[in-house]
Design a protein around this ligand. Structure first.
Ligand code: PEP
Ligand code: MN
Length: 410
C-alpha cells in the first residue's frame, strides 16, 4: 500500500476500530478478580476519559521490537532477563532508585550474556508496577488492603486506604518520568523494555489504543511493552485473560503449583491464537521443592501443542517464607535451586530455558537471606524497605545471575 494513503482515513476504518474496541469492552465485562471498590464511579469514568487522551507510555514500534526479540528467545537463540521491584511506589520513583535498578539490570544482562554467549533482552518490572493482588480484601486492622500506589496508600488509616482514582493519573506521570530515566541510562542497542502485571483493568483499558502496524489495525496496550497476567487473576473465564488475548503486546502468564498441564494448553491456545513464536511467555513459579515434579508434564503438553512459547523461571514467588523474627523473606539458596531445577527439566526435555523473572533492586537492601554476604535473619531489619515482597539486592542479583549463567550455558 503506498505510504501516502492514511489507513485511518479509508472508508470502513471507523467500523474496524469500533469492532476492536467493542471486543475490548466485551472482555472487560467478564468477571475480574482483584479490582478495587472505587467509591465514586463518576470519578473513575473521568480519569479513564482523561488518560485515554494521553500518549501511550510504550510505543508500538518498540513493542514490536520486543516481540521480535521474544521470538528469538522462543526459538532458543536468545535469553530474556526480566526484573525489578515487587511493587514500585510513587515515593521511590526517584532518579537514584530507578537508575540503580536499571544499572543493575544492565550489569546482570552483561553477566548472563558473558556467561552463556547468548544475546539477552532486558525487560524491567518498571514504569507501571504499581498495582498488587492481595490475598484478603481487608488487612489485620480491618482496613481495606493496600493494593499498590495506583489504588490507595499503604498508610493504615481509613481515609488513606480508600481507593482513589486520581492515583491512576499520578501513576501515569510517575511511569513517564521513570521511562525518561530508563531511556537516559540505557543507550541503544541495549534497549530496556517496560513491563508490569496487567492487574488494574481500568488503567489498562484507558491506555489501550487502536494502532495500525504492517497495514493492520490492532489493539496495543500502551501502559507497557510487555504485560503479564498474575497467578491470582488467570481465571480462564475471567476478564484478565480475555483482555490479554486481544492485545498485540507480548503477554506473560504466571503459572503456580496448582496449574494443570491441561490448563497450560488452554492458556497457550487462547493467548497465542496465531501461533507466533514468543507471543506468550509462560512464567513458572513452582517453588524449589516442586519444580522438578510439576514442570515436566506442563512442558511436555505445551510442546506437543506445537506452540512456541518463552519458558521463563520466576524463582521468587514459590519460595517466600516468614523469618523467625517476622519478616517476609526468601533464601538465596532456595531461589538458586529453583533456577537449577527449571534448567534441569528443560535440558531433560530438550526445550530452551528462556530466562529469568526476578524481584531485585540496585539498592543495598537486606530483604532476602543468604548470598555471599551471608545475610542472616538478624540482618533483615537493617535495611528492609519493600512495601510488598522481598527483593534481591544488587550483589545478590549479580551473584544469582552469575550462578545461573553456568546452568543456562551448559
Ligand atoms: C508478583 O510478581 O509480584 C506476583 C504477585 O506474582 P504472582 O502473580 O506469581 O503471585
Ligand atoms: Mn512479588
Amino acid at each position: 500500500m503506498p505510504s501516502s494513503i492514511v489507513l485511518e482515513s479509508l472508508p470502513g476504518y471507523a467500523e474496524i476500530e469500533k469492532n476492536l474496541l467493542g471486543k475490548l469492552s466485551a472482555a472487560l465485562d467478564l468477571p475480574a478478580s482483584q479490582q478495587p471498590h472505587w467509591p465514586d464511579p463518576a470519578h473513575v469514568q473521568s480519569v479513564r476519559q482523561f488518560l485515554s487522551t494521553l500518549p501511550p507510555l510504550a510505543h508500538p514500534p518498540e513493542t514490536d521490537r520486543l516481540r521480535q526479540h521474544l521470538a528469538e528467545v522462543a526459538q532458543g537463540r536468545m535469553l530474556l532477563l526480566q526484573g525489578g521491584d515487587c511493587a514500585e511506589t510513587f515515593a521511590t520513583s526517584t532518579g537514584p532508585h530507578v537508575r540503580a535498578n536499571v544499572t543493575t539490570l544492565h550489569r546482570m544482562s552483561a553477566v548472563l550474556r558473558g556467561g552463556t554467549g547468548l544475546p539477552v533482552v532486558g525487560v524491567g518490572r518498571i514504569a507501571g508496577q504499581y498495582a498488587k493482588p492481595r490475598s484478603a480484601a481487608l488487612d489485620v486492622l480491618g482496613l481495606p488492603a493496600y493494593r499498590g500506589d495506583i489504588v490507595n496508600s499503604a498508610t493504615p488509616t481509613p481515609q488513606e486506604r480508600t481507593p482513589d482514582p486520581g492515583r491512576m493519573v499520578q501513576a501515569y506521570f510517575h511511569a513517564r518520568s521513570t521511562l525518561e530515566t530508563v531511556r537516559a541510562v540505557s543507550a541503544h542497542p541495549d534497549e530496556i523494555y517496560s513491563s508490569h502485571e496487567a492487574l488494574l483493568l481500568t488503567y489498562e483499558q484507558a491506555l489501550t489504543r487502536v494502532v495500525t502496524t504492517a497495514g493492520q489495525p490492532r489493539l496495543y496496550g500502551g501502559s507497557a511493552h510487555f504485560l503479564w497476567i498474575g497467578e491470582r487473576t488467570r481465571q480462564l473465564d475471567g476478564a484478565h485473560v480475555a483482555v490479554a488475548e486481544l492485545l498485540a503486546n507480548p503477554i506473560g502468564i504466571k503459572l503456580g503449583p496448582g496449574t494443570t498441564p491441561a490448563q497450560a494448553v488452554e492458556y497457550v491456545e487462547r493467548l497465542d491464537r496465531a501461533g507466533e513464536p514468543g507471543r506468550l511467555t509462560l512464567i513458572t513459579r513452582m517453588g524449589r521443592g516442586r519444580v522438578r515434579d510439576l514442570l515436566p508434564p506442563i512442558v511436555e503438553r505445551v510442546t506437543a501443542s506445537g506452540h512456541q512459547v518463552v519458558w521463563q523461571c520466576d524463582p521468587m514467588h514459590g519460595n517466600t517464607r516468614t523469618s523467625a523474627n517476622g519478616y517476609k523473606t526468601r533464601h538465596f539458596d532456595d531461589i538458586a535451586d529453583e533456577v537449577a531445577g527449571f534448567v534441569e527439566v528443560h535440558r531433560a526435555l530438550g526445550t530452551h530455558p528462556g530466562g529469568l523473572h526476578l524481584e531485585f533492586t540496585g539498592d543495598p537492601v537486606t530483604e532476602c537471606l543468604g548470598g555471599s554476604d551471608g545475610i542472616g535473619e538478624h540482618e533483615l531489619a537493617g535495611c528492609y524497605e519493600t512495601t510488598c515482597d522481598p527483593r534481591l539486592n544488587a550483589r545478590q542479583s549479580v551473584e544469582l545471575v552469575r550462578h545461573s549463567a553456568e546452568l543456562f550455558a551448559a
